[in-house]
Design a protein around this ligand. Structure first.
Ligand code: HEM
Ligand code: HEM
Length: 177
């Protein structure tokens, strides 16, 4: 039994920073970019923000995984339902995987549309639409799956906190011990 009660401060900060960044990337992609025609002048700036934000999510997630391996963690949460405990852990692992899949499919889309040259070197122009590029649909699907499983993760965390009353949220907050 480890006496550690919470995740290391770096992991706590990265958890909440990434939660905000991933939600922001999703809202921007699904509710701003996807509805905006590619000839709208502001689209270039917004795409730049989405791409830089998405790549930052990748870098921070890699740092998070390295810190996770190197730092001491609290013991896993145990309830009287071992099957659901396993589901909870699997969903957390799936969130890491879906984060990578969302980012990599976004990068594949950017490469296919030659976005790096268009956005960062002012060379070339956006395609008429991204809809014709097959990986656009894959990127949308991965991002949606990531958000869907995040909602499952949040529901699980809230159940632990308010129904099982095991104060799970204190494991993901900054504190002395
Ligand atoms: C996009 C949003 C989010 C993502 C991608 C995410 C991802 C994760 C991951 C991967 C872990 C496992 C940590 C590890 O062992 O490395 C975790 C833990 C945790 N998350 Fe989230 N999270 C998100 C949002 C939230 C929100 C909004 C809440 C609060 C309602 C929350 C509460 C927790 C708690 C309490 C833990 C610790 C669980 C435990 O110790 O077993 N998360 N999260
Ligand atoms: C976790 C990170 C990311 C999330 C959650 C996310 C989310 C989204 C969503 C929801 C869409 C709209 C897709 C649709 O509705 O069909 C979108 C579009 C897009 N994303 Fe991402 N994205 C992420 C990372 C990236 C990265 C790293 C890149 C490029 C390097 C990227 C490039 C794009 C592009 C080019 C579009 C098309 C915009 C349009 O439809 O006009 N995304 N993204």
């Amino acid at each position: 039994m480890s006496a550690i009660k919470r995740y290391a401060p770096t992991l706590v900060v990265l958890h909440w920073l990434l939660a905000i960044a991933i939600f922001a990337a999703f809202v921007m992609g699904a509710f701003v970019l996807d509805d905006m025609k590619n000839d709208v002048p502001e689209k270039l700036q917004l795409l730049k923000l989405h791409v830089v934000g998405g790549i930052s999510i990748l870098v921070l997630t890699i740092i998070r995984l390295i810190v996770r391996v190197k730092s001491a963690k609290p013991d896993p949460v145990v309830t009287d339902n071992p099957k659901m405990d396993k589901v909870g852990t699997s969903v957390q692992h799936l969130l890491y995987l879906l984060t990578f899949l969302a980012v990599f499919s976004g990068m594949a889309l950017a490469l296919k549309a030659d976005l790096m040259n268009i956005l960062f070197k002012n060379v070339g122009a956006l395609p008429e639409s991204f809809e014709g590029i097959a990986v656009h649909g894959v990127h949308g699907a991965m991002a949606a799956a990531l958000i869907l499983f995040t909602l499952v993760h949040i529901a699980g965390a809230l159940k632990h906190q308010f129904v099982l009353k095991n104060d799970i949220l204190s494991r993901m907050k900054l504190g002395k011990d």
